[in-house]
Design a protein around this ligand. Structure first.
Ligand code: PMV
Length: 287
């Protein structure tokens, strides 16, 4: 029999706090029920990678973890790639877990995090680590960059229903972060207001109406700091007009996705379809 190992990493959304988190304010990230699976089998010959990602960094990531000979690697995912939903972190976590499973080892969450971070760095240079942490452990995570390292604290969240609306293209995270930095100190009041909204969101994680209103307010502040686009504003408007409790861009902006909190996902999905917008529903994922 051929030895085989499988592993999975979850995707995530930033519920609120992006950009402000760079300046020491908190953010809340949430694992969702979409993710990436990796299957490994041993075979004779060079290690091969079969993947829906055309990005050459996928093969580079695989070869950081696996030997150049003797493995067949199959990657499958239902995450949009390059939209701020943590597809590279999900791949890293899935790969680390598949390798451990093949070796008959069990890795605890800390071990998965430590092994997956170098792979995530191969994609993103100097990532905060929140994507990998959420991808590995699931659930909802409060995240704050402190002087003495990052604070990562699990939060309880209710059964919120989410719709992701895809702008169809990636934002340039580094350029957007640099643009926000260039707009300081003028941007500081909006960044602080985003930090306040994250504190409010923490108390609204079981109340879709209150949470949605906070998300919409967060979007208005993200517009102020210049990371939204007319298309993203239209997607927020589309979701809210279709009855969503609230919506915002999620991730770096400039493209990427809009995240809507809703009691009626089908109504938002129908509105998106009618407007020719690619969209899908998702819910929080817990281990
Ligand atoms: O698009 P994502 O999920 O990589 O999020 C970027 C979040 C920023 O706050 C804009 C940057 C950062 O490093 O936190």
């Amino acid at each position: 029999m051929t030895a085989a190992g499988t592993g999975r990493g979850q995707g995530k959304v930033l519920l609120c706090g992006e950009h402000a988190v760079v300046y020491g304010h908190p953010a809340i990230a949430l694992a969702v029920d979409r993710g990436t699976d990796v299957g490994l089998t041993r075979h004779d010959g060079p290690t091969t990678v079969q993947s829906p990602h055309t990005d050459p960094r996928v093969s580079d990531a695989v070869l950081r973890v696996l030997p150049p000979e003797g493995m067949r690697v199959e990657v499958s995912t239902d995450l949009p790639v390059g939209r701020g939903m943590g597809s590279s972190a999900a791949l890293a976590v899935a790969l680390v877990r598949a390798k451990a499973a093949l070796a008959g080892e069990h890795l605890d969450l800390d071990a998965v995090y430590e092994a997956a971070m170098p792979i995530e760095r191969a994609f993103h240079g100097n990532p905060s680590g929140v994507d990998v942490a959420v991808s590995a452990r699931g659930g909802c995570l409060w995240f704050e960059r402190g002087r003495d390292g990052a604070v990562r604290q699990p939060l309880e969240i209710g059964d919120v229903q989410l719709v992701v609306l895809d702008s169809g293209h990636a934002g340039d995270t580094a350029a957007l972060v640099a643009g926000v930095a260039a707009g300081r100190p003028g941007n500081d009041a909006a960044l602080a207001a985003i930090g306040d909204l994250v504190h409010q969101a923490r108390s609204a994680l079981h109340d879709p109406d209150a949470l949605g209103a906070i998300l919409s307010e967060n979007h208005a502040r993200l517009r102020e700091i210049g990371v939204s686009t007319p298309q993203l504003d239209d997607l927020v408007q589309l979701a809210c007009s279709a009855g969503a409790c609230g919506a915002k861009l999620s991730g770096a902006g400039g493209g990427g996705i809009v995240l809507a909190v809703t009691r009626e996902p089908d109504a938002v999905l129908r509105a998106a379809e009618g407007a020719g917008v690619s969209a899908f529903g998702c819910v929080p994922w817990h281990a």
